[in-house]
Design a protein around this ligand. Sequence first.
Ligand SMILES: [Zn+2]
Length: 392
Amino acid sequence: MEELLKFAPRPTGAGEMFQLLRDGQPRTRADLATATGQARSTIAARIDLLMSAGLIAPAGEATSTGGRPPATFAFNPRAKVVLAVDLGATHARIALTDLASQVLAETDAPLSIAEGPDTVLGWVVENGDKLLAAAERDEGELAGVGVGLPGPVEHSTGHPIMPPIMPAWDDVDVPGILRRHFDAPVLVDNDVNIMALGEHRAAWRTIDNLLFVKVATGIGSGIIADGALRRGAQGAAGDLGHVAVAGAEGAPCRCGNVGCLEAIASGQAVAERLAAEGLDAHRSADVVRLVRSGDLAASAAVRQAGRDIGTVLAACVSMLNPSVIVIGGILAEAGEHLIAGIREVVYRRSLPLATQHLRIVTSQTRGEAGVLGASAMAVDHVLSPASIDALI
Ligand SMILES: [Zn+2]
């Protein structure tokens, strides 16, 4: 980011005008003059700048009201590419997308985040290069890299801060390490924030207030309020998993505390409870398998986890008044039991004004939410007015 500001451009207004074109709709010079209130000559100069950078392209002619039909211009999302990286606890996924977050090439692999930054970021570099080659794009076309990590991240620096399941990553300069290889801005956030962003852009773009909840090995949420992702002061907003809940008293949590929501309602906690009852369950995936095979004890345990999560979400509904709560993460794949437990408590414990239009649904993007959000995060930075003005 500082890199870009160093080359602080003469303000041309082209970056600001470009925002109007990001919806992909073709516009004429006259349309843009009307929308911005600027002179036709100013608009023409800005269009020339954006055209030479490849960010917009001719999009045919508008219908004429007589005389020569005016030319139109539209956003050219293929001008550049971004790498979108979703690093989970035990699984990694990386995609190359265009500037509209359309996936051009993608790969994934089982990879434990606990193997540490050298191994995991090495995998990112190696596979990032492979995807660029597969899509026949060269490194100069790479405009940015977005990364999601399964732990708390200070978004302003991109450093993970005391992440419970990835101790070797504490305060590691993830953007710095990736920039040694990729000559592009690197944005980092926690995995749930990027999933919230990905789900919002892909499925709920017109909804301004949305809460995305991930229920997997851990529990967390990403907050979209007034149309934008809200990270809080340090980037820790939405970390629901460590809220104390009734019924969890004394249960040890991986954060070092006791009595957290995550200690009784995460996929891991449910698996451990079922294992104690003699069932073959070691992790979230086993819980999903048992529920799908019709095991009554597993279904009841997942529904109870839903109720426990629901008590915390009822408080969130009172605080944030979202119109949609999306439930994602692997435990959401255990059929309707989780969401039924959540609905049961949220609708009972929240005021009618907050719930009369509230929808509680499962994720539509599933495994793709992370890379779609990582792409959106990088693209938003790359296409911001300041970045565009610097680029051209
Ligand atoms: Zn905890």
